[in-house]
Design a protein around this ligand. Structure first.
Ligand code: F0G
Length: 353
């Protein structure tokens, strides 16, 4: 039977009841792809969970379908969130689908172009502030406490409930839990959701538990440095966050699973971004590639040993951020006139080169 979306497919695992609408954009059921070339090069068994294949191009759809369905159930007419881009795109899409008003607050100039385009097309009301994500989150939390509007950032517990389903899918697709789950960390909701999912599946299905390896961007590595970063900076704007809301949950996940949180530099992120695209044909946005950069680093530090079965979460689609792709690629189009002879001769020369 065709895939019905998360709420329908995982209703036994989710806090829903007869009043919860079966809202869906057919999110979930994303591919788990074996990285054969990088696995061979690095001597490990590496797979990626391609969350960019969700309807709005990121893992946020898993959490948002739940948060918005529960908002509808509760009679809410509007939702609000702060975002580095993906949450706002997802919130705007599900609000459109459910007929709710959607208000988003974003850090001006620090949102990838594709994400902004999505929020605009889905009809959100967009407030672009001269501040960062952490400041925007503080503002929307305050508004949601004072006004009749539902907060759909990952501090909304239904977000993590939806996002935990990715851990279920990984266990089913792999036939078992991986030994290591590698994941980018921004506001730290997703790592917390995956850990919850793995623990629930272990109880219900008897699967094992992976070690949780989270990776922050070096310029925004609050958890790694054990202090709030006032002015976080990274090319991976999705995880440009200095005071993660789910910090305690993420720390618990790492501790309970015997995992770790480490930082990766922008350079390492961009290197992984290119490897993934050129060696494997997979285009994920820069923040997503923190998981691949992190794995490479841990292999070198020998905290990941040869043969280890790893799943890295690729949280968002590469098309979200065309600017970074074009700026960091060494390939530039060669401009030719509209002249058959010139074009044929040029390409013939290139082929024989
Ligand atoms: N990867 C991508 C592509 C993201 O958009 C985010 C978070 C993360 C990783 C980190 O996940 O916050 O649960 O630790 N993006 C949020 C947003 C903050 O507003 O779109 P996290």
């Amino acid at each position: 039977m065709r895939w019905q979306g998360l709420i329908q497919e995982y209703k036994r695992f989710l806090p829903i009841n007869e009043n919860t609408p079966f809202l869906t954009l057919n999110e979930g059921n994303t591919p788990l792809i074996s990285l054969q070339n990088l696995s061979k090069k690095w001597g490990v068994d590496l797979h990626v969970k391609v969350e960019g294949a969700n309807p709005t191009g990121s893992f946020k759809d898993r959490g948002m379908v739940m948060a918005v369905a529960k908002a509808v159930e509760d009679g809410s007419k509007s939702i609000i969130c702060a975002s580095t881009g993906n949450t706002s795109a997802s919130a705007a899409a599900y609000a459109a689908r459910a007929g709710l008003r959607c208000i988003i607050v974003i850090p001006n100039g620090k949102i990838a172009l594709g994400k902004l385009a999505q929020a605009m097309m889905y009809g959100a009301e967009i407030f672009s502030i001269e501040g960062n994500f952490d400041e925007a989150l503080r503002m929307v939390r305050k508004i949601s406490e004072q006004e009749p509007i539902t907060l759909v950032n990952s501090v909304n517990p239904y977000r993590l409930e939806g996002q935990k389903t990715a851990a279920f899918e990984i266990c089913d697709q792999l036939g078992e839990a991986p030994e290591v789950l590698a994941i980018p960390v921004g506001n730290a909701g997703n790592i917390s959701a995956y850990w919850k999912g793995f623990k629930e599946y272990a109880i219900k299905k008897g699967t094992t538990l992976p070690k949780m390896y989270g990776f922050e961007a070096e310029g925004a590595a609050a958890i790694v440095n054990n202090r709030v970063i006032e002015n976080p900076e990274t090319i991976a704007t999705a995880i440009r966050i200095g005071n993660p809301a789910s910090w305690p949950l993420a720390s618990a996940a790492v501790e309970e699973s015997n995992g770790l949180i480490d930082a990766v530099s922008d350079e390492e992120i961009l290197q992984a971004y290119k490897w993934l695209a050129k060696d494997e044909g997979i285009f994920a946005e820069p923040a997503s590639c923190a998981s691949i950069a992190g794995i490479y680093k841990q292999i070198q530090k020998r905290s990941i040993l040869p043969g280890t079965k790893i799943v890295a979460v690729l949280t968002g689609n590469g098309l979200k951020d065309p600017d970074i792709a074009i700026n960091c690629s060494s390939i530039k189009p060669i401009y030719l006139p509209n002249d058959e002879k010139v074009v044929v001769n040029y390409i013939r020369g290139a082929v024989h080169h």
